[in-house]
Design a protein around this ligand. Structure first.
Ligand code: HEC
Ligand SMILES: [Cu+2]
Length: 351
Protein backbone atom coordinates (compact mmCIF):
# COMPACT_ATOMS: atom_id res chain seq x y z
CA UNK A 1 0.00 0.00 0.00
CA UNK A 2 2.77 2.41 1.02
CA UNK A 3 4.66 1.69 -2.19
CA UNK A 4 1.62 2.53 -4.29
CA UNK A 5 1.04 5.78 -2.40
CA UNK A 6 4.53 6.96 -3.39
CA UNK A 7 3.87 6.20 -7.06
CA UNK A 8 0.47 7.84 -6.86
CA UNK A 9 1.99 10.99 -5.39
CA UNK A 10 4.63 11.12 -8.12
CA UNK A 11 1.92 10.73 -10.77
CA UNK A 12 -0.11 13.53 -9.21
CA UNK A 13 2.96 15.78 -9.16
CA UNK A 14 3.64 15.14 -12.85
CA UNK A 15 0.00 15.76 -13.75
CA UNK A 16 0.04 18.99 -11.78
CA UNK A 17 3.31 20.15 -13.42
CA UNK A 18 2.01 19.28 -16.87
CA UNK A 19 -1.12 21.35 -16.31
CA UNK A 20 0.89 24.19 -14.76
CA UNK A 21 3.45 24.32 -17.58
CA UNK A 22 0.75 24.06 -20.22
CA UNK A 23 -0.51 27.39 -18.86
CA UNK A 24 2.88 29.06 -19.44
CA UNK A 25 2.32 29.61 -23.16
CA UNK A 26 0.98 32.87 -24.44
CA UNK A 27 -1.36 32.92 -27.39
CA UNK A 28 1.02 35.27 -29.23
CA UNK A 29 4.24 33.60 -28.11
CA UNK A 30 3.97 29.98 -29.13
CA UNK A 31 5.20 27.97 -32.06
CA UNK A 32 2.38 25.48 -31.44
CA UNK A 33 -0.25 27.84 -32.77
CA UNK A 34 1.38 29.22 -35.91
CA UNK A 35 0.17 32.50 -37.37
CA UNK A 36 2.80 32.84 -40.06
CA UNK A 37 4.65 31.01 -42.82
CA UNK A 38 7.89 30.03 -41.06
CA UNK A 39 6.13 28.92 -37.88
CA UNK A 40 3.61 26.95 -39.93
CA UNK A 41 6.26 24.97 -41.78
CA UNK A 42 8.28 24.40 -38.62
CA UNK A 43 5.30 22.94 -36.80
CA UNK A 44 4.36 20.77 -39.79
CA UNK A 45 7.88 19.33 -39.83
CA UNK A 46 7.87 18.76 -36.07
CA UNK A 47 4.55 16.90 -36.26
CA UNK A 48 5.56 14.92 -39.35
CA UNK A 49 8.78 13.69 -37.73
CA UNK A 50 7.04 13.02 -34.40
CA UNK A 51 4.37 10.86 -36.07
CA UNK A 52 7.02 8.85 -37.91
CA UNK A 53 8.90 8.36 -34.64
CA UNK A 54 5.71 7.27 -32.87
CA UNK A 55 5.11 4.80 -35.73
CA UNK A 56 8.62 3.36 -35.29
CA UNK A 57 8.10 3.11 -31.54
CA UNK A 58 4.78 1.28 -31.93
CA UNK A 59 6.14 -1.21 -34.47
CA UNK A 60 9.20 -1.96 -32.33
CA UNK A 61 7.07 -2.38 -29.20
CA UNK A 62 4.66 -4.75 -30.98
CA UNK A 63 7.50 -6.94 -32.27
CA UNK A 64 9.14 -6.83 -28.85
CA UNK A 65 5.96 -7.95 -27.09
CA UNK A 66 5.28 -10.74 -29.60
CA UNK A 67 8.83 -12.03 -29.21
CA UNK A 68 8.66 -11.83 -25.42
CA UNK A 69 5.46 -13.85 -25.26
CA UNK A 70 6.11 -16.31 -28.05
CA UNK A 71 9.69 -17.25 -27.29
CA UNK A 72 9.69 -17.12 -23.52
CA UNK A 73 10.98 -20.16 -21.64
CA UNK A 74 8.18 -22.67 -21.19
CA UNK A 75 7.87 -25.48 -18.64
CA UNK A 76 10.16 -28.38 -19.49
CA UNK A 77 12.48 -26.24 -21.63
CA UNK A 78 14.69 -25.10 -18.74
CA UNK A 79 17.80 -26.85 -20.03
CA UNK A 80 17.18 -26.46 -23.74
CA UNK A 81 19.41 -24.11 -25.73
CA UNK A 82 17.45 -22.43 -28.55
CA UNK A 83 18.63 -22.63 -32.16
CA UNK A 84 21.53 -20.18 -32.52
CA UNK A 85 21.01 -17.80 -35.46
CA UNK A 86 23.92 -15.75 -36.71
CA UNK A 87 24.58 -13.66 -39.78
CA UNK A 88 21.10 -13.86 -41.28
CA UNK A 89 21.59 -11.87 -44.49
CA UNK A 90 17.88 -11.32 -45.06
CA UNK A 91 17.39 -9.77 -41.60
CA UNK A 92 20.56 -7.69 -41.87
CA UNK A 93 19.29 -6.19 -45.14
CA UNK A 94 15.81 -5.54 -43.68
CA UNK A 95 17.05 -3.63 -40.67
CA UNK A 96 19.54 -1.63 -42.66
CA UNK A 97 17.19 -0.68 -45.46
CA UNK A 98 14.17 0.29 -43.32
CA UNK A 99 16.05 2.95 -41.30
CA UNK A 100 17.62 4.33 -44.46
CA UNK A 101 14.16 4.70 -46.00
CA UNK A 102 12.92 6.37 -42.81
CA UNK A 103 15.82 8.82 -42.78
CA UNK A 104 15.16 9.69 -46.44
CA UNK A 105 11.45 10.23 -45.71
CA UNK A 106 12.46 12.70 -42.99
CA UNK A 107 15.35 14.24 -44.92
CA UNK A 108 13.60 15.17 -48.15
CA UNK A 109 10.97 17.58 -46.75
CA UNK A 110 13.44 18.91 -44.15
CA UNK A 111 15.99 19.86 -46.81
CA UNK A 112 13.29 21.17 -49.12
CA UNK A 113 11.87 23.53 -46.50
CA UNK A 114 15.29 24.54 -45.19
CA UNK A 115 16.03 25.94 -48.64
CA UNK A 116 12.51 27.29 -49.01
CA UNK A 117 12.82 29.30 -45.78
CA UNK A 118 16.27 30.58 -46.77
CA UNK A 119 15.12 31.67 -50.22
CA UNK A 120 15.71 35.40 -50.70
CA UNK A 121 15.24 35.53 -54.49
CA UNK A 122 12.13 37.73 -54.16
CA UNK A 123 13.78 40.14 -51.74
CA UNK A 124 14.49 42.89 -54.25
CA UNK A 125 10.80 43.26 -55.14
CA UNK A 126 9.60 43.11 -51.52
CA UNK A 127 9.73 45.16 -48.35
CA UNK A 128 13.23 45.18 -46.89
CA UNK A 129 13.92 46.18 -43.33
CA UNK A 130 17.36 46.59 -41.82
CA UNK A 131 17.36 45.13 -38.33
CA UNK A 132 20.03 45.84 -35.75
CA UNK A 133 20.29 43.85 -32.54
CA UNK A 134 21.73 45.80 -29.62
CA UNK A 135 22.24 45.00 -25.97
CA UNK A 136 19.18 44.83 -25.14
CA UNK A 137 16.93 46.33 -27.77
CA UNK A 138 16.06 46.07 -31.46
CA UNK A 139 16.22 48.70 -34.14
CA UNK A 140 14.36 48.67 -37.47
CA UNK A 141 14.97 50.80 -40.58
CA UNK A 142 12.63 50.63 -43.55
CA UNK A 143 15.09 50.83 -46.45
CA UNK A 144 13.13 52.66 -49.12
CA UNK A 145 10.85 54.66 -46.87
CA UNK A 146 13.19 56.64 -44.64
CA UNK A 147 11.32 55.38 -41.65
CA UNK A 148 13.07 54.24 -38.49
CA UNK A 149 11.66 52.74 -35.33
CA UNK A 150 12.78 50.57 -32.45
CA UNK A 151 11.23 47.74 -30.45
CA UNK A 152 7.95 47.55 -32.44
CA UNK A 153 8.25 46.15 -35.97
CA UNK A 154 5.25 46.97 -38.18
CA UNK A 155 4.64 44.69 -41.17
CA UNK A 156 1.77 44.16 -43.61
CA UNK A 157 -0.08 40.82 -43.43
CA UNK A 158 0.03 38.25 -46.24
CA UNK A 159 3.39 39.12 -47.72
CA UNK A 160 6.99 38.21 -47.20
CA UNK A 161 9.00 40.91 -45.48
CA UNK A 162 12.78 40.56 -45.71
CA UNK A 163 14.88 41.35 -42.68
CA UNK A 164 18.56 42.11 -43.13
CA UNK A 165 19.98 41.61 -39.70
CA UNK A 166 23.22 42.65 -38.06
CA UNK A 167 24.34 43.19 -34.49
CA UNK A 168 26.08 46.25 -33.09
CA UNK A 169 27.77 44.28 -30.34
CA UNK A 170 27.48 40.58 -29.50
CA UNK A 171 25.53 37.74 -31.12
CA UNK A 172 21.75 37.96 -30.70
CA UNK A 173 19.01 35.84 -32.23
CA UNK A 174 15.76 37.10 -33.72
CA UNK A 175 12.76 34.94 -32.90
CA UNK A 176 9.03 35.51 -33.18
CA UNK A 177 7.74 32.02 -32.33
CA UNK A 178 4.18 32.56 -33.58
CA UNK A 179 5.20 33.59 -37.09
CA UNK A 180 8.74 32.50 -37.86
CA UNK A 181 11.76 30.45 -37.06
CA UNK A 182 14.81 32.04 -35.51
CA UNK A 183 17.92 33.51 -37.06
CA UNK A 184 21.23 34.49 -35.49
CA UNK A 185 22.15 38.16 -35.61
CA UNK A 186 25.93 38.47 -35.85
CA UNK A 187 28.24 41.48 -35.56
CA UNK A 188 30.29 40.59 -38.65
CA UNK A 189 27.81 39.73 -41.38
CA UNK A 190 24.26 40.45 -42.48
CA UNK A 191 21.89 37.49 -42.17
CA UNK A 192 18.69 37.70 -44.15
CA UNK A 193 15.42 35.97 -43.34
CA UNK A 194 11.84 36.64 -44.29
CA UNK A 195 8.78 36.68 -42.07
CA UNK A 196 5.17 36.53 -43.13
CA UNK A 197 2.17 36.94 -40.83
CA UNK A 198 -1.16 35.54 -41.99
CA UNK A 199 -3.37 37.51 -39.63
CA UNK A 200 -3.38 40.91 -38.03
CA UNK A 201 -2.09 40.88 -34.51
CA UNK A 202 0.66 41.71 -32.08
CA UNK A 203 3.24 38.95 -31.86
CA UNK A 204 5.81 38.74 -29.10
CA UNK A 205 9.47 38.42 -30.12
CA UNK A 206 12.44 37.23 -28.10
CA UNK A 207 16.20 37.36 -28.31
CA UNK A 208 17.12 33.68 -28.43
CA UNK A 209 20.86 33.89 -27.86
CA UNK A 210 22.37 34.59 -24.45
CA UNK A 211 23.84 38.07 -24.87
CA UNK A 212 24.34 39.49 -21.40
CA UNK A 213 22.65 40.03 -18.03
CA UNK A 214 19.40 41.39 -19.52
CA UNK A 215 19.21 38.89 -22.39
CA UNK A 216 15.89 37.48 -21.19
CA UNK A 217 14.39 41.00 -21.22
CA UNK A 218 15.40 41.73 -24.82
CA UNK A 219 11.82 41.37 -26.02
CA UNK A 220 10.16 43.09 -28.97
CA UNK A 221 6.86 43.00 -30.84
CA UNK A 222 5.86 42.39 -34.42
CA UNK A 223 2.70 44.29 -35.26
CA UNK A 224 1.01 42.85 -38.33
CA UNK A 225 -1.58 45.13 -39.93
CA UNK A 226 -3.46 45.06 -43.23
CA UNK A 227 -1.46 46.33 -46.26
CA UNK A 228 -3.56 49.52 -46.37
CA UNK A 229 -2.96 50.21 -42.69
CA UNK A 230 0.72 49.53 -43.23
CA UNK A 231 0.88 52.19 -45.96
CA UNK A 232 -0.95 54.56 -43.66
CA UNK A 233 1.53 53.88 -40.86
CA UNK A 234 4.51 54.50 -43.15
CA UNK A 235 3.00 57.82 -44.29
CA UNK A 236 2.28 58.87 -40.69
CA UNK A 237 5.82 58.04 -39.65
CA UNK A 238 7.26 59.96 -42.62
CA UNK A 239 5.24 63.00 -41.65
CA UNK A 240 6.52 63.21 -38.10
CA UNK A 241 8.14 66.49 -37.20
CA UNK A 242 10.67 65.62 -34.50
CA UNK A 243 10.73 69.22 -33.31
CA UNK A 244 6.97 69.56 -32.91
CA UNK A 245 6.16 71.32 -29.66
CA UNK A 246 3.48 69.66 -27.53
CA UNK A 247 0.40 71.60 -26.46
CA UNK A 248 0.57 71.49 -22.70
CA UNK A 249 3.19 73.25 -20.60
CA UNK A 250 4.41 70.24 -18.63
CA UNK A 251 5.09 68.24 -21.78
CA UNK A 252 6.87 71.28 -23.24
CA UNK A 253 9.21 71.35 -20.27
CA UNK A 254 9.63 67.63 -20.68
CA UNK A 255 10.60 68.13 -24.31
CA UNK A 256 13.29 70.65 -23.35
CA UNK A 257 14.65 68.34 -20.68
CA UNK A 258 14.61 65.44 -23.14
CA UNK A 259 16.45 67.42 -25.79
CA UNK A 260 19.10 68.54 -23.32
CA UNK A 261 19.69 65.25 -21.53
CA UNK A 262 18.68 62.41 -23.77
CA UNK A 263 18.95 63.27 -27.47
CA UNK A 264 22.65 62.42 -27.47
CA UNK A 265 21.61 58.78 -27.59
CA UNK A 266 17.97 58.73 -28.67
CA UNK A 267 16.60 59.66 -32.06
CA UNK A 268 13.23 61.01 -33.17
CA UNK A 269 11.96 60.82 -36.75
CA UNK A 270 14.02 58.96 -39.33
CA UNK A 271 17.39 60.13 -38.01
CA UNK A 272 19.69 57.19 -37.46
CA UNK A 273 19.67 55.96 -33.91
CA UNK A 274 22.73 56.32 -31.77
CA UNK A 275 23.38 54.36 -28.64
CA UNK A 276 19.68 54.16 -27.68
CA UNK A 277 16.32 53.33 -29.28
CA UNK A 278 14.40 55.56 -31.68
CA UNK A 279 11.44 56.97 -29.75
CA UNK A 280 9.37 58.45 -32.62
CA UNK A 281 6.22 56.47 -31.76
CA UNK A 282 7.07 55.76 -28.15
CA UNK A 283 3.52 56.61 -27.00
CA UNK A 284 2.14 53.76 -29.11
CA UNK A 285 4.21 50.98 -27.54
CA UNK A 286 2.36 48.18 -25.74
CA UNK A 287 5.51 47.73 -23.68
CA UNK A 288 8.76 49.58 -23.36
CA UNK A 289 12.27 48.32 -22.64
CA UNK A 290 10.87 45.07 -24.04
CA UNK A 291 8.59 44.00 -21.28
CA UNK A 292 7.24 46.83 -19.07
CA UNK A 293 3.82 48.40 -19.44
CA UNK A 294 4.21 52.04 -20.45
CA UNK A 295 2.60 53.58 -17.39
CA UNK A 296 3.93 56.90 -16.14
CA UNK A 297 5.07 55.28 -12.93
CA UNK A 298 7.14 52.66 -14.77
CA UNK A 299 8.58 55.25 -17.09
CA UNK A 300 9.71 57.54 -14.25
CA UNK A 301 11.27 54.54 -12.55
CA UNK A 302 13.12 53.63 -15.75
CA UNK A 303 14.44 57.17 -16.24
CA UNK A 304 15.55 57.56 -12.61
CA UNK A 305 16.90 54.04 -12.06
CA UNK A 306 17.28 52.03 -15.27
CA UNK A 307 19.63 49.54 -13.65
CA UNK A 308 16.88 48.18 -11.41
CA UNK A 309 14.78 47.41 -14.49
CA UNK A 310 17.39 46.16 -16.96
CA UNK A 311 20.73 45.24 -15.40
CA UNK A 312 23.73 45.98 -17.61
CA UNK A 313 21.88 48.38 -19.94
CA UNK A 314 23.90 51.15 -21.61
CA UNK A 315 21.77 54.03 -20.32
CA UNK A 316 22.51 53.73 -16.61
CA UNK A 317 24.48 56.62 -15.13
CA UNK A 318 24.88 58.65 -18.33
CA UNK A 319 22.75 61.69 -17.35
CA UNK A 320 21.42 63.43 -14.29
CA UNK A 321 17.72 64.16 -13.93
CA UNK A 322 15.58 64.49 -10.80
CA UNK A 323 12.39 62.52 -10.27
CA UNK A 324 10.39 65.66 -10.91
CA UNK A 325 12.14 66.19 -14.21
CA UNK A 326 11.71 62.53 -15.12
CA UNK A 327 8.00 62.98 -14.55
CA UNK A 328 7.85 65.81 -17.08
CA UNK A 329 9.91 63.88 -19.61
CA UNK A 330 7.55 60.92 -19.19
CA UNK A 331 4.61 63.22 -19.87
CA UNK A 332 6.27 64.31 -23.11
CA UNK A 333 7.32 60.84 -24.26
CA UNK A 334 3.88 59.34 -23.70
CA UNK A 335 2.43 61.93 -26.06
CA UNK A 336 4.56 60.76 -28.99
CA UNK A 337 1.74 59.05 -30.87
CA UNK A 338 2.12 59.87 -34.55
CA UNK A 339 -0.24 57.26 -36.01
CA UNK A 340 -3.74 55.85 -35.67
CA UNK A 341 -2.20 52.51 -36.59
CA UNK A 342 -1.06 51.07 -33.29
CA UNK A 343 -0.70 47.69 -31.60
CA UNK A 344 -4.16 48.35 -30.21
CA UNK A 345 -5.71 48.89 -33.62
CA UNK A 346 -4.04 45.63 -34.72
CA UNK A 347 -6.01 43.81 -32.05
CA UNK A 348 -3.67 44.32 -29.11
CA UNK A 349 -1.90 41.58 -27.26
CA UNK A 350 -3.70 38.31 -26.85
CA UNK A 351 -2.81 36.81 -23.48
C1 HEC B 1 24.19 56.88 -23.12
C2 HEC B 1 23.07 56.87 -23.96
C3 HEC B 1 21.70 57.16 -23.38
C4 HEC B 1 21.25 58.30 -22.77
C5 HEC B 1 22.02 59.55 -22.45
C6 HEC B 1 19.85 58.08 -22.50
N1 HEC B 1 19.46 56.84 -22.94
FE1 HEC B 1 17.60 56.08 -22.88
N2 HEC B 1 18.26 54.34 -23.62
C7 HEC B 1 19.57 54.06 -23.94
C8 HEC B 1 19.70 52.67 -24.27
C9 HEC B 1 20.97 51.95 -24.67
C10 HEC B 1 18.40 52.12 -24.13
C11 HEC B 1 18.00 50.66 -24.36
C12 HEC B 1 18.02 50.00 -23.03
C13 HEC B 1 17.65 48.54 -23.11
O1 HEC B 1 16.50 48.26 -23.45
O2 HEC B 1 18.53 47.73 -22.83
C14 HEC B 1 17.54 53.19 -23.73
C15 HEC B 1 16.17 53.03 -23.55
C16 HEC B 1 15.31 54.05 -23.23
C17 HEC B 1 13.88 53.96 -23.22
C18 HEC B 1 13.05 52.75 -23.57
C19 HEC B 1 12.72 52.76 -25.03
C20 HEC B 1 11.86 51.59 -25.48
O3 HEC B 1 10.97 51.80 -26.27
O4 HEC B 1 12.09 50.48 -25.05
C21 HEC B 1 13.41 55.18 -22.84
C22 HEC B 1 11.97 55.59 -22.68
C23 HEC B 1 14.56 56.01 -22.61
N3 HEC B 1 15.70 55.31 -22.89
C24 HEC B 1 14.49 57.32 -22.17
C25 HEC B 1 15.60 58.10 -21.92
C26 HEC B 1 15.53 59.41 -21.32
C27 HEC B 1 14.25 60.09 -20.91
C28 HEC B 1 16.80 59.87 -21.23
C29 HEC B 1 17.27 61.18 -20.68
C30 HEC B 1 16.89 61.53 -19.35
C31 HEC B 1 17.67 58.87 -21.79
N4 HEC B 1 16.92 57.81 -22.18
C32 HEC B 1 19.04 59.00 -21.91
C33 HEC B 1 20.61 54.97 -23.99
C34 HEC B 1 20.57 56.24 -23.47
CU1 LIG C 1 20.21 39.53 -27.31
Amino acid sequence: MKRWMGKFKALMLFTFLAILLAGCGKENLTSLNPKGYGADITLDLILYITFIMIGVFVVVMVIYTIVLIRYREKKGQENEIPVQVEGNTKLEIVWTVIPIILVIIILVPTIYFTFDLADTSEASSSINIDVTGNQYWWHFEYQDEEVATSQDLYIPTGEKVYLNMISSDVIHSFWVPSISGKMDVNPENVNTMFIEAYEEGVYWGKCAELCGPSHSLMDFKVIAVSPEEYEQWITDMQNVDPEEVPDDAVAQEGQDLFQNNCMGCHALGSAPSGVGPNLTNFGDRTHFVGYLEPTKENLVKWITDPESIKPGNLMTGTYDVTEEEADKIAEYLMQLQPSEITPESAGGLID
